[in-house]
Design a binder for this molecule. Structure first.
Ligand code: ADQ
Length: 466
């Protein structure tokens, strides 16, 4: 049976569990590689003067991790540039923030070619290759150009944007044409799949057949929805540790009878933090009985802080929390506890566990694993309420949450009121349905579904025998 070769921008540490690896990808793939005799290939995160393509290989239990160093110019043009200043904002519907610079395109093409070149000698003819995320869309094409006939799958962790938005990207056709060098393409949600379908049919002049067969540019691929799940087993183990229980105790003392609303996010403009704070302010303004009885704990870990848009959103959030706290706080109560650091997953599980509401209101999100973590951390006998944005992929699976439009302060504020007042019986009913989904559709189910779909696609013409 062929090995599984996973390729992503950065690699995680598959042998380490529970570490504070911010970003859902590292956690999900660690679980995938423990199962298969996998190789995980990606950028080391380091830069060197001149790219050599030299690999650093670490063999761990059941998985090998191979990394390559890039140049500083690569970091700027490919990572901070095309990936995080062009594609990320566009795919999250923020074309106002998307930067189009020729050097970014060049850097993106160069690094994808470098990845392909470096990966090539590691490949065996029967390996399955699974490429992850928007940093590496053209990697399949670069591998095909070098004669690779293996089955190659691609999974997009973030949303695929609506056709008219996608068409604002210079060279959008080329990017989609590159997608057609994959055999299988997976999306998080029906929403993303149908946006891709719309582009293929109406912009690329292609066709979409039954069973997810897409044809365009003289080629075809298989596409489908593969919603990512939580590493539920590992998360529940984390929630049962001493560390988690110590955090539950510590938070209960600090609650002093008040009720906590929790948000946990990377500090990113797509997560809707400012809108969330304003909706919470709206709630406080109309609920005098809540003053001093409720608070919002927002844990927001800074990320991508070399990119100006991230420095700006951080400054805006500092200002907004300061203003709301200044306006509502009393000597022994602040309405927003705003924390800019990250916590280990077991610690987070403890903190989520005492929150009456999980407030997950991204403006756009591929999936959002925090929604699933919040559910998994709830005590079955007295679970809290999940408030979830309709624009997170997770909303397609988590219909028993209170689903809101994160752009509407009134709607989010009403949901907070409804959630805090919800009777135990209804909380339990909703939570049980949500938790059944979190258990069933976990990261193993996601991986197995993708890998078996990849194995099932017809093999391209085999390479000539050596
Ligand atoms: P992210 O945008 O990083 O991932 P998300 O799915 O919310 O978003 O995952 C974040 C992970 O990081 C969670 O496991 C969370 O616990 C952790 N995390 C966030 N803030 C933290 C903090 N302050 N301290 C500790 N841990 C923190 C992308 C897509 C998502 C998609 C994932 C997986 O944007 O839509 O769900 O990939 O596919």
């Amino acid at each position: 049976m062929g090995r599984l070769i996973v390729v992503s921008n950065r690699v995680g540490q598959p042998d380490q569990s529970g570490g504070p690896s911010v970003g859902g990808l590292a956690m999900a793939l660690g679980a995938a590689l423990r199962e298969y005799n996998g190789v995980w290939f990606g950028w080391s995160g380091r830069t060197v003067e001149t790219f050599t393509g030299g690999l650093s290989v670490q063999r761990g239990q059941g998985a090998t991790v191979a990394t390559v160093d890039l140049e500083e110019q690569d970091r700027q043009e490919y990572y901070n540039g095309y990936a995080n200043r062009t594609l990320w904002p566009l795919f999250h519907y923020r074309i106002d923030l998307s930067a189009y610079e020729r050097s970014f395109n060049e850097g993106y093409a160069r690094v994808n070619a470098r990845f392909a070149q470096t990966l090539l000698p590691l490949l065996k003819p029967d390996d399955f290759i699974w490429v992850h995320d928007y940093h590496l869309i053209p990697l399949g094409r670069e591998l095909r150009r070098r004669g690779v006939k293996n089955r190659i799958g691609f999974f997009l962790h973030i949303p695929w944007p609506a056709r008219r938005l996608f068409a604002t990207l210079p060279f959008h056709r080329e990017l989609v044409e590159a997608v057609f060098d994959y055999d299988l393409v997976g999306f998080q949600s029906e929403d993303s799949l149908s946006a891709f379908e719309d582009y293929v049919e109406r912009e690329a002049g292609g066709t979409v057949g039954p069973n997810g067969r897409f044809e365009a540019f003289g080629r075809s691929l298989q596409a489908g929805v593969f919603p990512i799940g939580l590493d539920t087993k590992a998360f529940l183990e984390g929630a049962a540790t001493e560390a988690a229980s110590a955090w539950r105790d510590r938070m209960r003392v600090s609650l002093a009878g008040r009720r906590m609303i929790i948000g946990v996010d990377r500090l990113d403009y797509s997560k809707g933090l400012e809108e969330r704070f304003l909706a919470y302010e709206e709630y406080l303004s109309h609920a005098p009985e809540a003053l001093e009885q409720v608070f919002l704990l927002q844990i927001a870990t800074p990320s991508r802080d070399e990119v100006a848009a991230y420095q700006e959103i951080r400054a805006r959030l500092d200002a907004v929390t300061g203003r709301i706290n200044g306006a509502f706080a009393t000597p022994d109560w602040v309405p927003i506890r705003y924390v800019n650091r990250s916590y280990r997953r077991d610690e987070l599980a403890g903190i989520y566990g005492v929150a009456a509401i999980g407030l997950v209101t991204p403006l756009r999100d591929g999936m959002n694993l925090v929604a699933k973590e919040y559910v998994a951390a709830q005590p079955p006998e007295d679970p809290g309420v999940l408030i979830l944005s309709r624009f997170a992929g997770a909303a397609e699976q988590m219909g028993e949450a209170l689903i809101v439009n994160p752009f509407s302060r009134e709607e989010v504020s009403d949901a907070i009121r409804e959630g805090l007042a919800m009777p135990l019986k209804e909380r339990v009913r909703r939570w049980e349905a949500l938790m059944a989904g979190v258990r069933r559709d976990d990261v193993d189910a996601w991986r197995d579904a993708f890998v078996s779909a990849l194995r099932a696609v017809p093999q391209r013409e085999l390479p000539p025998a050596a």
